[in-house]
Design a protein around this ligand. Structure first.
Ligand code: 4NP
Length: 162
């Protein structure tokens, strides 16, 4: 039963200014639409430290706003070892992010560490492609992939608790 859900999700990319803040904004909105805001903690971070403290990339913010998601309040942070104890699901945007997280993972970690797109139904892609050096269409693709995987992830979480 959904009112008994107590879980937490951390989305991870490289810089925490494009893909993972987009995933945080999209998944948070989905959770709120399902009345689960008090039940599922959502956050994002980056494996790198270049953009700590910065707001999301303006292209990500603009693309998200066109679909009704507000990313402007988010600030980049770097992953840290305590995240492995705090979050039930740690979801990497691409295989490179996942390798970096696996290298940091404490031996006692029992949570779910994997690729976010494993939750996207019928998807062919393994990675959410890094849009940083691409044009606006890269950010649209990021949103499409993230919306799809977010729906699958919420379905999984609700299913696990029903
Ligand atoms: P993100 O995109 O990992 O989706 O936030 C990137 C942001 C910045 C850089 C690379 C990827 N960078 O090289 O600074």
């Amino acid at each position: 039963m959904s009112e008994h859900i107590r879980t937490s999700v951390l989305f991870v990319c490289l810089g925490n200014i494009c893909r993972s803040p987009t995933a945080e904004g999209v998944f948070t909105a989905l959770v709120e639409r399902h009345g689960l805001a008090g039940s599922i903690l959502v956050d994002s971070c980056g494996t790198g430290d270049w953009h700590i403290g910065r707001a999301p990339d303006s292209r990500a913010t603009a693309a998200a706003a066109k679909r009704g998601y507000d990313l402007r309040h988010l600030r980049a942070r770097q992953v840290n070892i305590d995240d492995f104890d705090r979050y039930h699901y740690i979801l990497a945007m691409d295989e490179s992010n996942l390798r970096d997280l696996q290298a940091l993972r404490p031996h006692h970690h029992k949570g779910h560490l994997g690729l976010f797109l494993e939750f996207a139904p019928n998807g062919d892609l393994v990675d959410v492609p890094d849009p940083y050096y691409r044009g606006d269409e890269g950010f649209v693709q990021v949103l499409d992939l993230i919306e799809s995987a977010s729906a699958g992830l919420l379905q999984r979480i609700v299913g696990e608790h029903s």
